[in-house]
Design a protein. Structure first.
Length: 428
């Protein structure tokens, strides 16, 4: 599709679907280079309005904030929220009707997310909320010289039913994108050829990596992409060399969720900048991220435990933007490795392989699987390497001692499916 045609379709679609998109985008562009103090002032202003609205129009928060005698007018920053109890995805599902606002919005969309747990959450998203989320993405795309109407490749939408395939292809055409529907050599080659006409590529980071590897192995002409975006999964250090060789760019991180909105996006300098104007980010003592989405008027998301562990940074970014930074996303909390005598967070594997990358320059694609108490299989992509194996066991011993027996198994490749990948899987 010609760029002018794609831009015209995007503009027309935005005017019909997201009337407030361009005004919200302009607001974000105006605040992009403000000082941290000015950004906090905008956040506080938006928090006042949002919390007042939630207390008045959400039956759930009318009760919660009323019982706490919480006054939104007294909001002075993140610490002001700490008296409000956090909520989990389970609570968003259980109290779904009560959390929804009773205010009549001119336009809303139905959103649904299942997440890795499989628990379906459905909620109503008011048009401004949806537009703010899209505007945040547009601003981040600007950092790479990318516009939302540019042609791009998409790694998403596996196991699409035949009845939905036509609709999906039509939507892809209207959005000037093409996607990989299945993983085989012929499909990859066809997808790679189309990348020569693309500006960027986006999707599950593990699939970006798998396609990058195949492009490198098949000696397919390398596309000249402005941005390679990884979503929904951790971006392992092991992915980057293949991505850089295939696409000429590392995989950059887009961090968020349907219910939390876009939380942060990685800039060209490598910092994940938080969308401070419309999101409040907290972390607890265990580094679990807690999100308040200041645009979620139709379904207030207040102090939501997203389930991820993150590290925040106090340093400013070299790019000059003063938005606070997420230093790294460590992974999903909750999963536990069961030893013979104790238990350990599955996030420990993140530190094991991060240490190997930082201190030993060993970049590995891995997956840990536990079928029995006290024993874990760790699958490593690649041919057997005794030196790597020794270093892996040495690093594991630091965290698990002799309470867990590990079997390191080298495999030529992992299962190639277009779905979110879990780096630890427990059958217990």
């Amino acid at each position: 599709m010609h760029t002018r045609t794609a831009k015209a379709l995007f503009t027309f679609g935005a005017k019909y679907r997201n009337k407030s998109l361009w005004p919200e985008y302009e607001k974000l562009k105006e605040s992009e280079w403000l000082t941290r103090s000015q950004l906090v002032d905008i956040q506080s202003h938006n928090a006042h309005r949002f919390l007042q609205f939630a207390k008045k129009h959400s039956p759930y928060y009318k009760k919660i904030l009323g019982n706490l005698q919480f006054n939104p007018d007294n909001f002075t920053g993140t610490d002001s929220l700490k008296e409000i109890p956090t909520v989990t995805k389970t609570q968003l599902i259980e109290h779904n009707k009560a959390i929804h606002s009773n205010y009549h919005f001119k336009k809303c969309f139905t959103a649904e997310t299942s997440g890795t747990s499989g628990n379906a959450l459905e909620f109503s998203k008011n048009e401004v909320w949806d537009s703010i989320n899209r505007a945040n993405m547009m601003r981040a795309y600007d950092w790479y010289g990318v516009k939302p109407w540019n042609r791009y490749g998409y790694f998403w939408g596996y196991n699409i039913a035949p009845s939905q395939a036509y609709k999906t292809r039509l939507l892809d055409y209207l959005q000037n994108r093409f996607r990989l529907f299945k993983y085989d050599r012929a499909s990859i080659e066809m997808f790679a050829e189309k990348l020569s006409t693309a500006t960027f590529v986006a999707g599950y980071s593990s699939m970006v990596y798998e396609v990058a590897k195949m492009i490198n192995e098949l000696d397919i002409p390398k596309p000249n992409l402005k941005m390679v975006k990884g979503t929904s999964e951790m971006i392992l250090d092991a992915y980057q060399p293949a991505a850089i060789e295939a696409f000429g760019s590392k995989i950059v991180s887009e961090y968020g969720a349907a219910e939390s909105g876009l939380i942060a996006f990685e800039c060209p300098e490598g910092s994940m900048h938080i969308n401070i104007e419309n999101v409040i980010v907290e972390t607890d003592a265990d580094d679990e991220i807690i999100i308040t989405n200041l645009a979620s008027y139709s379904f207030p998301v207040i102090r939501y435990r997203l389930g991820d562990a993150v590290k925040l940074s106090d340093s400013d970014c070299a790019c000059g933007r003063k938005h606070p930074v997420i230093k790294e996303v460590i992974g999903r909390k909750g999963s536990v490795v069961i030893g013979n005598n104790g238990s350990y967070p599955a996030l420990t594997f993140y530190y094991v392989f991060k240490n190997l990358a930082i201190h030993n320059s060993i970049l590995l694609n891995y997956k840990a699987v536990q079928n029995n108490k006290g024993h874990v299989d760790i699958f490593i992509e690649g041919t057997q390497n005794c030196s790597y194996e020794t270093e892996i066991y040495h690093e594991l011993e630091k965290y698990f001692s002799d309470d867990v027996i590990f079997s390191v198994i080298f495999t030529s490749s992992f299962d190639k499916t277009l779905k979110k990948r879990q780096y630890f899987e427990s059958k217990l």
